[in-house]
Design a protein around this ligand. Sequence first.
Ligand code: M6R
Length: 368
Amino acid sequence: EKGGWSSFMAKEVAEQPEAVANTIRGRVQGDQVVIPELDGLDDLFTGIRRVIITACGTASYAALVGKYAIEQWARVPVDVELAHEFRYRDPVIGDDTLVVSISQSGETMDTLMAVKYARERGARTLSVCNTQGATIPRESDAVVYTHAGPEVAVASTKAFSAQITALLLLGLHMGRVRGSLDASAADVVAELQELPEKVAQVLADETEHVSQLAGWMADTRSVLFLGRHVGYPIALEGALKLKEISYIHAEGFAAGELKHGPIALIEPGQPVFVIVPSPRHSALIHSKVVSNIQEIRARGARVIVVAEEGDAAVLPYADEVIRIPLASPLLEPLLAVVPLQIFAMALATAKGLDVDQPRNLAKSVTVE
Ligand code: M6R
């Protein structure tokens, strides 16, 4: 039930601190990640030469974040493949390949067929799923459940946060098993515990601000989203949320692609969200994104930045600044996505749309 909320989506956005906390619970021992479901399954992770993460829609954006996490901690190459593209070619997979599928419902036909195909080819399979006993986990060698609780709204929100959380845990678990973690991993494990509170802080500090912004933009016809590194999948997710529930044209780009084409779209008044990576992690990446902001601003874009607290470099060029708390690079997506979800929801509401039941869409796509 919706409780006191205006929509399931509003309720599910607000439940994200809990979704993240419940997904972490029971999977941290001291300064290490130990996922009990994977006990005795170390050979899934040792002796592999590559990982393919396969999924559709929002889950495929979580997969892109997962790629960074698994490569960083488990030191194994990771590719992300849309499930519906995966088996319609002749992918190079075998028993040295771990195919990780991600699905909230566990019933998405495209993803299920990709998993079956991978198994037939001899790959090892692991499913990240939010629905106990669903078909995809049953068809996989192993499963790591996300504990977001039932997600009712068609637009995925808390399941996405739980998927990213589970992939961070999986990366740290794999890294431990493979012996590839360095000393900094223990700090990340400690920081994971603070995540639910930080997500709650974004909700508390930015909901009203971002909703107001959306109210002013109810007539907007197109919104662009830019991000770099793990901010790129968040840009894609921000754009998908807007398309799905407010029927506004939206596109997410890797910020570095701007000058290779998309900058031609910028005309005076064009709203552009920019996810700014923390300057504490890489001054170079940060400065590149700031110069992207300058480039679009010079062409008249209306720039809305999502930046960490205290990042003053963005102030001279931003029309609006949305703040998120400080976090390690791979944890930032969990904070940056929240204002984008709120924005899409508020804009759809301002247009008088039903955010839970967008036109033409089903919660679970069980046909190919
Ligand atoms: O149940 P799944 O996670 O497999 O669903 C995958 C996509 O269909 C789903 O994420 C879809 O993109 C959502 N409507 C996004 O909000």
